[in-house]
Structure formats: structure tokens, C-alpha cells
Design a protein around this ligand. Structure first.
Ligand SMILES: Cc1cc2nc3c(=O)[nH]c(=O)nc-3n(C[C@H](O)[C@H](O)[C@H](O)COP(=O)(O)O)c2cc1C
Length: 263
């Protein structure tokens, strides 16, 4: 019989903008009336997501340490439950996505959503200009559009995605969260006090909106301030961290492909 779906609601967290771009490409492939809920900033999360009947839900998130960031996991857990088709999307920085996609799939199933597709796409790594450099690129965007189109076709059937293909690479219980580390984030004299970092912070971590003062208890280390500073004035002043990132980058220079899962 198939499902009569003509509208999509795409919800995403995207501190450095790559998840947003993947979601937009998927939406083009879906060719439905699109609604977008960028819940990156605190005020956007305050507004909530009023889901409509007969709407395809696309839930997207970056991967942090092979998991979903706690912030978005908790937010998605508060979405209204019920029977509706959903797509799970994660975006990773060309290293790996481990359990993040399974975690998002499980979250959808626990809500009663019928998962009609899942995908892990690549975006330039939040901490690097080398890992996944400039991705999603045109080839990724094309792949994301094709994924959207395939989901649209899947909706014409009553099929749902089983967990089995996801379990070939992911495990329950999921891997432990990254240990909370405090970034030694510094600000150079290039800072023009434009407050771009303050405005783009997903958790309001800048104390008194001062670009040089970050509350480490609030900071989720998403690197939005670092990547989005128009003057390139933010830098990490920690040799161990920079060495680790350089090693991570040199081990992940190969081009990782997106993973697509359909029923
Ligand atoms: C704290 C943190 C942890 C991350 N962990 C991973 C990881 O485990 N694997 C990976 O490939 N990329 C990892 N990344 C990179 C992001 O998943 C990737 O850059 C993603 O495209 C960022 O999405 P955004 O641009 O929407 O913020 C991590 C980034 C951050 C900030």
C-alpha cells in the first residue's frame, strides 16, 4: 500500500555546518515540501519541533567519539513519540562513526518511528582542515541526494530498515563516551571582537559574552568558535592535543565513503 508522505521535517545539530549541508542535499533528493529545524543554538532548541501528521522525520547529528553528542541525544529523546517514518543520519570527520548511527536508529525505534533509511556521511573534521577536507564535496552531495531519492522510493513500500546491517560494524552496549577534555582554547590578537564565536556557540559557554572567556563546564568542545571565526583568531594552545590530532589526521587521510542503509 505504501505511505502517503508529501512533507519532510529535518532536524539537525551542526556546530561547524557540515551536517547542515548533508541534510540540505538529502532534502533535495527527497523532493518533498521541506521543513528544517536547525537546533544548534540554545534558542532554537527552546522552540522545540512541532511534528505534523504524515511527515517524514529526518534526524541528523555529527559524530563525537563514535557516539551521538549527549546534547542532541537528550534533545531527540524529548521528541514526540508515535508511528511515523524516519531517517537517521550521522556525519563524521573521516575517521569513523562506530556506534553513532546504531544509537540514532535505536532512539528512533524506541520512539515508535519506522526507520526507512540510515546513512553515515563525511564532513570535514571539526578540529582539522585535512581530515575530510572540504567535505561534503560535490560527490558527497550527489550521494546524499541519491540517498534522499532512494528513501522517497522506499516510502512507496511498507518496508522498514532492520537493525541487522547496522550491527555488522556497531555494538550494544555502545562504546563509552569520549572522556571530557578541556580545550586550551586561546584567542590571538587578530580577534576583532565581532562576537561570531559567542553567537555560534551551541551551549552559550562564553562568560558574559566575552570571546576570551569560556566556561569549561558548559563547553562541549564542538569547535564552532574555532572553525567559524572569520579572523582565524581562535587556536588550541596545547601541544599534546595538537600532536594527537596530527597523528589522527595522518592515519585518516584516505577518502572514507558514506555508508547507506536502506530496507
Ligand atoms: C568532540 C568531537 C568528537 C569527534 N569525534 C569524531 C569521531 O569519533 N569520528 C569522526 O570521524 N569524526 C569525529 N569528529 C568530527 C565531526 O564528527 C565532523 O567533523 C562533523 O562533520 C562535524 O559536524 P558539524 O560540521 O555539523 O558540526 C568529532 C568532532 C568533535 C568536535
Amino acid at each position: 500500500m505504501g505511505r502517503q508522505i508529501i512533507q519532510s521535517a529535518s532536524v539537525f545539530l551542526s556546530p561547524t555546518g557540515t551536517t547542515r549541508r548533508v541534510v540540505k542535499s538529502i532534502s533535495q533528493g527527497l523532493s518533498m515540501r521541506p521543513r528544517f529545524f536547525d537546533v544548534t543554538l540554545p534558542m532554537d532548541r527552546d522552540r522545540g519541533v512541532p511534528l505534523e501528521k504524515d511527515e517524514l522525520l529526518v534526524l541528523a547529528s555529527p559524530v563525537y567519539g563514535g557516539r551521538l553528542p549527549v546534547l542532541i541525544r537528550d534533545y531527540y529523546n524529548r521528541l514526540a513519540p508515535g508511528k511515523r517514518p524516519a531517517v537517521a543520519v550521522v556525519v563524521f570527520g573521516n575517521r569513523g562513526y562506530e556506534d553513532a548511527l546504531l544509537e540514532l536508529y535505536d532512539l528512533c525505534v524506541a520512539k515508535g518511528y519506522e526507520v526507512v533509511g540510515a546513512g553515515a556521511f563525511v564532513g570535514e573534521h571539526s578540529y582539522s582542515h585535512v581530515m575530510g577536507k572540504n567535505r561534503p564535496d560535490p560527490a558527497d552531495e550527489e550521494e546524499a541526494r541519491r540517498f534522499g531519492l532512494a528513501v522517497r522510493q522506499t516510502l512507496l513500500s511498507d518496508h522498514c530498515l532492520s537493525e541487522n546491517p547496522l550491527l555488522t560494524t556497531a555494538r550494544r552496549p555502545y562504546r563509552a563516551y569520549l572522556k571530557k577534555f578541556s580545550l586550551a582554547l586561546s584567542t590571538s590578537r587578530r580577534c576583532a571582537n565581532c562576537l561570531s564565536c559567542v553567537r555560534h556557540c551551541p551551549v552559550g559557554a562564553f562568560i558574559n559574552e566575552n570571546p576570551r572567556r569560556v566556561n569549561p563546564d558548559k563547553c562541549i568542545m564542538c569547535a564552532a568558535c574555532l572553525k567559524l571565526c572569520p579572523e582565524g583568531a581562535k587556536f588550541i594552545d596545547d601541544d599534546d592535543f595538537l600532536d594527537d590530532m596530527a597523528a589522527l589526521a595522518s592515519a585518516n587521510l584516505d577518502r572514507k565513503a558514506p555508508s547507506i542503509f536502506l530496507p
